[in-house]
Design a protein around this ligand. Structure first.
Ligand code: PMP
Length: 450
C-alpha cells in the first residue's frame, strides 16, 4: 500500500471534512505536507503555487522564519493560559496595542480576542446587543446584513449569511436577522452606473430600517468587499452612504474584516479603502496569517463607553477558553510586524492591480468567463453559460471543479466555489507568480468545455 492510498483510506474512514459531504471524503484528497513562501508541497514532494493563501489567510507567506521562531520561542515560554477576568499575558496586551495603534485613524480602542472568524462575528453581535441594553434600549436586537454575505458558521453568522446553502439545513435560525440587496455591479437588475447603484442599495437599506424601525435594530453588518459571495467590490460611494445612514438612525456599523483585515484588499483595512470607520470590526485569518487559529473583535469608544461605566449589568458573560491565547497572540504580533516591515499592503495593491489586468485577456478569450473582478489580492472569475444572459454555470456540471483540477495537476492551486473561481494568494505574491497562475488558468480553461 502506498503512503497516499493509506492516508486516503484513513481519511475516508475517519475524517468529516468541513464544507464537504461524507461521500466526497472517499475521493483522494490533496495531502498538503510542507510549505515555503508562496508554495506548498504534497506528500509525494510535488510543488504547488498557492493561489488561495491557504484560505484567504496566509498573508506573510508560508513558513516565514520569523513566524517559526516566534512559535518556538513563545511555546517554550508560555503556550497557554486563560485571560478571563483579571488574568493577562504579555503577547495579548502587546498585540492589542499593535492593533489599536494600526486602527488609530478609525478610533478603535478595545480588542476582544477570539479563536477565528465565526467567533469574531458572534462576539460582535453579542457586544452590539449588550451595548444597547446597557444604554437602556433593549429593543435594539435585530441585525441587517446583505445578500451574498458570508459571516461564518455559528448561529448568528449563519442567520446573517446571504447565501441560502449555508442556512437551509440549520433552522430555526436567530430571529430578527434579515438581508437586503447589496451593490453587485455585474449582477443587478437596475443599472451599470456604479454611483447610481451605490445610491440605490443605500436607499434600500434606509427603507428597510424605516420599515423595521430603527429602535429595533442593533446593527448593520457587512464585509467591506464580499469574499465568499464572489469578491463583490462595492462602488466607492456605498460605504460612506451606509455610514451616514447608520449615524442618522443610531445603528451600529459592523465591518466583517475577516478576509479584508490587515492588507488583503490593498489597504490595511477594508473599510479604510472606502474612507469609512466602522463601530465594530471583526478579524481573523490574516491577523495570524493562519499559522495558528486567532481572531479579534475590535470596538470604538462609542461602543465601549457603556461597558466602562461599571453599570451593574456590564459584566461581559462572553469569552473563549482561547481568548488572548499567548502563543496565538505572539504569532499575530509577528505577522502584523512582517506585514509592515515587508510593505505587504503596498505589494497587495500593486500585484493585485497586475493580477486583475492579466485576468482580462482570459475574459476575452474564454466564452464561459463572464467577468474578472477584485481589489488587492482578492479576485474572482464569474463563470457563465453565455455572456449575454450572464446565467451562472451550474455547479453540478463540474465545470469550475474541472478547471481547478487541471490547475492542480499543473502545480497551481486555485479555488472553485460553485460558479466562481476565487483567488486569494499570499500578500508576498510577485508579478511572476501571477504570470504562472494566470497562464496555468488560461491552459485549464482551454481544455475544459461545458
Ligand atoms: N467572516 C468572513 C467574511 C469570512 O470570510 C469568514 C471565513 N471565510 C468568516 C467570517 C468565518 O471565519 P472562520 O472560518 O475563521 O470561522
Amino acid at each position: 500500500m502506498t503512503d497516499t492510498s493509506k492516508l486516503t483510506e484513513l481519511n475516508a474512514n475517519h475524517v468529516l471534512h468541513p464544507m464537504s459531504m461524507p461521500a466526497f471524503d472517499n475521493e483522494q484528497p490533496l495531502f498538503v505536507e510542507r510549505s515555503e513562501g508562496v508554495h506548498v508541497y504534497d506528500n509525494t514532494g510535488k510543488q504547488y503555487l498557492d493561489g488561495l493563501g491557504g484560505l484567504w489567510c496566509v498573508n506573510v507567506g508560508h513558513s516565514h522564519p520569523k513566524m517559526v521562531a516566534t512559535i518556538q520561542e513563545q511555546a517554550a515560554k508560555l503556550a497557554y493560559y486563560n485571560t478571563f477576568g483579571d488574568v493577562s499575558n504579555r503577547p495579548s496586551v502587546e498585540l492589542a496595542e499593535k492593533i489599536t495603534g494600526m486602527l488609530k485613524p478609525e478610533g478603535m480602542s478595545k480588542v476582544f480576542f477570539t479563536s477565528g472568524g465565526s467567533d469574531s462575528v458572534e462576539t460582535a453581535l453579542k457586544l452590539a446587543r449588550h451595548h444597547w441594553r446597557l444604554k437602556g434600549q433593549s429593543d435594539k436586537t435585530q441585525f441587517i446584513s446583505l445578500k451574498n454575505a458570508y459571516h461564518g458558521v455559528h448561529f448568528g453568522g449563519t442567520s446573517l449569511n446571504g447565501m441560502q446553502n449555508f442556512k437551509q439545513n440549520y433552522g430555526p435560525l436567530l430571529p430578527g436577522c434579515s438581508q437586503v440587496d447589496g451593490p453587485f455591479p455585474y449582477r443587478n437588475p437596475w443599472t451599470n452606473d456604479l454611483e447610481e447603484l451605490g445610491q440605490i442599495c443605500a436607499d434600500i437599506l434606509e427603507r428597510k430600517i424605516l420599515h423595521d424601525g430603527a429602535n429595533n435594530i442593533a446593527a448593520f453588518i457587512a464585509e467591506p468587499i464580499q469574499g465568499a459571495g464572489g469578491v463583490i467590490v462595492p462602488p466607492a460611494n456605498y460605504w460612506p452612504l451606509v455610514r451616514e445612514i447608520c449615524d442618522k438612525y443610531d445603528i451600529l456599523l459592523i465591518a466583517d474584516e475577516v478576509v479584508t483585515g490587515f492588507g488583503r484588499s490593498g489597504s490595511l483595512f477594508g473599510v479604510r479603502g472606502w474612507g469609512v470607520a466602522a463601530d465594530i470590526q471583526c478579524f481573523a485569518k490574516g491577523i495570524s496569517s493562519g499559522y495558528i487559529p486567532l481572531g479579534a473583535t475590535v470596538i470604538n469608544d462609542k461602543v465601549a463607553e457603556p461597558f466602562l461605566e461599571a453599570a451593574p449589568n456590564a459584566f461581559v458573560a462572553h469569552g473563549y477558553t482561547y481568548s488572548g491565547h499567548p502563543l496565538a497572540c505572539a504569532v499575530g504580533l509577528t505577522s502584523l510586524n512582517i506585514v509592515e516591515e515587508e510593505n505587504l499592503v503596498e505589494n497587495a495593491g500593486i500585484v493585485g492591480d497586475y493580477l486583475l489586468q492579466q485576468l482580462q485577456p482570459l475574459v476575452e478569450r474564454h466564452e464561459h468567463i463572464g467577468e474578472a473582478r477584485g481589489k488587492g489580492l482578492m479576485a474572482a472569475l464569474d463563470l457563465v453559460t453565455d455572456k449575454q444572459s450572464k446565467t451562472p454555470v451550474d455547479p453540478a456540471s463540474g465545470y469550475s471543479d474541472k478547471v481547478s483540477a487541471i490547475c492542480q495537476e499543473n502545480g497551481v492551486l486555485i479555488r472553485s466555489v460553485g460558479p466562481k473561481i476565487i483567488l486569494s494568494p499570499p500578500l508576498t505574491f510577485t508579478k511572476e507568480n501571477v504570470d504562472t497562475m494566470v497562464n496555468t488558468m488560461d491552459l485549464a480553461f482551454s481544455q475544459v468545455s461545458l
